[in-house]
Write a protein of this length. Structure first.
Length: 289
């Protein structure tokens, strides 16, 4: 058991180191990274397509990378915005990792990119434990998912710099209780901003772009309580293990005992031996280089 825990900690420590380097490299070139997390079907692709289209209309150099277990459907949708888009097929892996992300960005991300949106795999468990070197971590939940979603996924919501509610145009039809949802978010992540959006009606248009630009330009982001309370064993100054969850050096936290590493029983990370799929604004084609 100790060997398994040690391996988990080593893998997470390696990811944290890669994320730290990636964050510094992207910041040096003036690029802010937004990591979008949600359950499948939350509406994040629809919302992101609107945000990318808006950013392009405002002359903001923006790009997006979207990760899925299979299909290029989301990349095709996002490419309609007219911005550079890359599809990563994980072929069964439930999350992105910093080293993987860095490899996909190398040689692809346009040099003048100011905002990079990462649409993580639809999953509120595995992705929550992996820092991608992001400037902002945004968690989305649709009104159809229930007001107790933050309580069921405390790590995902507890590490968010911003919480976005989607599909508010059908909130009344599904009896969504906004006050209860906000109260549950506050219990998990006190002080975090919660914004309402509807891709269909255009409610909240520009919120992702505006928050990302503000963070890029130095506006302080929300610091979740979870990142202030917790310490990862490989970050501890005295070298002693800590209880509860463990925190990245850059402010993200892993749940205690979370088990996802390179010996995890998942399929290979990226289809075709690690070669991602690239989607340009005018066409969808697989990258084999």
């Amino acid at each position: 058991m100790c060997r398994v825990v040690d391996l988990q900690q080593a893998v997470l420590a390696k990811n944290d180191a890669c994320a730290h380097t990636l964050r510094e490299d992207l910041a040096a070139r003036g690029t802010a990274v937004v990591n979008l997390l949600s359950s499948p079907g939350s509406g994040k692709t629809a919302l992101l397509e609107r945000e990318l289209t808006l950013a392009r209309s405002r002359g903001i150099p923006v790009a997006a990378l979207t990760a899925d277990l299979a299909t290029e459907n989301d990349a095709v949708r996002l490419a309609r915005s007219g911005v550079p888009v890359k599809q990563v097929l994980t072929d069964g892996l439930c999350h992105l990792e910093a080293e993987m992300l860095g490899g996909h960005l190398h040689g692809w991300l346009p040099a003048d990119t100011r905002l990079l949106f990462i649409e993580n795999v639809g999953n509120l468990v595995c992705p929550a434990s992996y820092d991608l070197g992001e400037t902002l971590r945004i968690v989305l939940a649709s009104v159809t998912e229930g007001e107790d979603k933050p309580l069921k996924y405390p790590t995902a919501f507890g590490l968010a710099h911003l919480v976005v509610v989607t599909k508010t145009d059908i909130a009344e039809a599904v009896s969504f209780d906004e006050a209860e949802f906000r109260a549950n978010v506050e219990r998990i992540n006190p002080g975090v901003e919660v914004v309402l959006t509807s891709a269909r009606r255009g409610e909240g248009d520009g919120v992702l772009v505006d928050r990302a630009l503000a963070a890029r330009d130095g506006t302080p982001v929300h610091i979740p309580v979870m990142t202030r309370k917790s310490h990862h064993v490989h970050d501890a100054e005295d070298g002693q293990p800590r209880d509860e969850s463990h925190t990245h050096g850059d402010g993200h936290t892993h749940e205690k005992g979370h088990s996802h590493h390179r010996e995890h029983a998942h399929a290979p990370r990226v289809q075709d031996g690690g070669r991602p799929h690239t989607t340009d604004p005018d066409t969808v084609a697989s990258s084999r280089s």
